[in-house]
Design a protein around this ligand. Sequence first.
Ligand code: FAD
Length: 457
Amino acid sequence: MRSVIVIGGGISGLAAAWQLRGRADVTVLESHSKVGGKLRTGTIAGIAVDEGAESLMALRPEAVELAAAVGLGDALCDPAQAPTTIWTNGALRPLPAGHVMGVPTDPQALTGTGLLSPEGVARVAAEETLPATPLTEDCSVTDYLSSRFGREAVDRLVEPLLGGVYAGRADRLSLRAAMPRIAALAEQGAPLLPALRRMKAAGAPRSAPVAVQGVVRGTGRFPQAVARSCGARILTGTTARALQWTGNRWRVQAMTADGALTMEADAVILALPAFAAAELLRPHSPLAEADLSAIPHASTAVITMAFSRAQAHFLPEGNGFLVPPVDGHTLKAASFLSNKWSWLDTSSPETFVVRASIGRIGEDELLARPDRHLVRAAIAELHHAVGPMGEPLATRVTRWDRGLPQYGVGHRDRVTRIREAASKLPGLALCGAAYEGVGVAACVATGRTAAHQVLSA
Ligand SMILES: Cc1cc2nc3c(=O)[nH]c(=O)nc-3n(C[C@H](O)[C@H](O)[C@H](O)COP(=O)(O)OP(=O)(O)OC[C@H]3O[C@@H](n4cnc5c(N)ncnc54)[C@H](O)[C@@H]3O)c2cc1C
């Protein structure tokens, strides 16, 4: 059997290892003490909570299929049904159903929501009367969508969703890479509103935020289950430092707590954030290294707070809210986990758990503040948004430094160049969040593809 070293034990690398089971002798190297990367479950006040990703996209099959295959089928659960809510213009305002990443399909449904001014709603409605502007080359989300729907709609409807998924900003994210379904319609050149309505009527995927599933007792169980079932040798606490090509095999030099480790294999899969893959590829492909290094990353912080139901002055309804940066708040989003996930509510009925997120691309100064400042800001804004909840019993701050790659304008061409350059390196494949989607399902898909690439090389 071919031997394969997978570098990076996040969900992308583990998905690759799973795909290779029985077909290759696989070793996974992971620098942390546990596998999982951004899928990590911790505890607060004795309750299991996700500190990174909390849901799996259910509209595309890869993640939920893999979860079921590794024995978590019965643990997959739906969030409570509730509209996506935006905290804007001084109140929590539900986004009308039918939107696609915040892009409305029914302008009339926006009337009276307070999300947009009457002029803003009229500007959205006018989209179908505008001359067609076919998308011929990539541009930012803001550039295209504000020309069609007006700036207000982008600022208050689209921007908060992009902040939630990418920790990104509409004026920097690529329409083609960050909103591919909208871009595909834009390429056809017809007005978007009728095209989106036709897409919905044809049963095309609903808007992303409602079409997700969680895992009972934490999404962090998912990578652990894949690691247990994939049959690979998993070396945690092992950081790959250098890659060498010996002429017919790859040699990996790694560091562990016990010292240096050298291993060889027929093939290598780099399942790493772009900047970490760039380091290892520097001696082998300056082209890939340059493009990987040029992918920006946003840092974020997740602030989890446990409130006593008995002592709280007030408990909010719904699943949480997203916040547009245009309103100048510190919070990016808040999830009311105890409302959203029934397993959490059932397992700890006396506690109400809230997860707040802070930090978009370009907000490094904000994130440089100490944990206690972020906690105070999160509590103060939460009270402002929903009402006086009182002080939490416990708080936990999880920082994700350079946690989310940003798909800037031209990202898809960049990825094509990276993949072309990597294909010239025998037995080497790349997977992870940097390429074709940051969501867990997209990451699983890249892991599968990388496994097929090294098997067929
Ligand atoms: C706060 C947050 C919330 C999110 N929420 C969601 C969500 O709800 N739903 C969703 O679909 N997506 C979500 N995402 C995105 C998604 O979780 C990630 O894009 C995805 O998990 C990335 O997986 P990965 O395996 O590609 O990378 P990672 O998870 O980053 O894994 C890479 C691994 O490589 C290891 N590593 C790095 N360098 C080395 C080295 N030199 N040697 C060995 N190991 C190394 C790291 O320790 C890490 O474990 C979220 C992301 C963040 C940050």
